[in-house]
Design a protein around this ligand. Structure first.
Ligand code: CA
Length: 229
């Protein structure tokens, strides 16, 4: 039930946890990599940091354990190990319901824009394979495009810019609290899909306007969910 003041022209999609069921692998990789450096980050906490840049997550753990930021070299080492572990896992599956939703969005004549904090080339390449014709490089914001990661509004503001649209002409689909914060800070109506272990209330407290329990549930109610009023 989107508000009257929205003239929908585009849908901005987050990637991990929305288009791919990759978060279980990310949280496991973070936990395991941190352990190798004697740093403590539980799998559950990794979900709370989803969307943050790698250095942002590493510094939170460093500050907690050592009261200081990690050096550039330490950040690079840890992030490299995390990426290596992540890439050793099987390919993440497309999120059930995501293709159906993309097809409905496309059929409605809306622009599809990707806004991800990911710098995983493998996943970006895989978009075209699983969602052919849905995403174009001009309509993507990735880790390589922004200075500030989520929860900063920059990624979603850049997504609007790339789409040539205003905040009241778009909605965002997000699964993570920091992603929701980023979208809300950019002034965009935000649909949360709770595809992970985080309680619904955390996503609602982050500012989500509406919440669905899965991408399939959102795809099923797309027509009524995007009706005004
Ligand atoms: Ca996500």
């Amino acid at each position: 039930m989107i508000p009257e003041n929205i003239t929908l022209k585009a849908v901005l999609f987050d990637m991990d946890g929305v288009l791919f069921n990759s978060m279980p692998y990310h949280s496991e990789a973070w936990h395991t990599a941190m352990q190798q450096f004697n740093l403590d980050l539980s799998r559950e906490e990794a979900y709370m940091h989803e969307g943050r840049t790698g250095s942002g997550t590493i510094n939170i753990v460093y500050q907690r354990q050592y009261g200081k930021d990690a050096t550039k070299e330490e950040i690079e080492n840890i992030y490299q190990v995390k990426s290596k572990i992540f890439n050793s896992y099987p390919d993440p599956e497309p999120m059930p319901g995501a293709l159906e939703l993309l097809q409905k969005v496309k059929a409605a004549g809306l622009k599809i824009i990707l806004v991800t904090g990911s710098g995983q080339r493998s996943l970006l390449d895989r978009l075209e394979h699983h969602y052919p014709g849905m995403f174009t490089p001009e309509m993507m914001v990735t880790a390589f495009d922004v200075k500030h990661g989520k929860p900063h509004p920059e990624p979603y503001l850049l997504g609007l810019e790339k789409g040539g649209i205003k905040a009241n002409e778009a909605i965002v689909i997000e699964n993570a609290p920091l992603g929701v914060e980023s979208a809300v800070a950019a002034g965009i109506y935000t649909v949360a899909v709770n595809t992970g272990p985080i309680p619904d209330i955390v996503l609602l407290n982050a500012g989500a306007n509406i919440l669905f329990p899965s991408m399939s549930a959102l795809a099923d109610s797309w027509n009524s969910a995007t009706k005004k009023g």
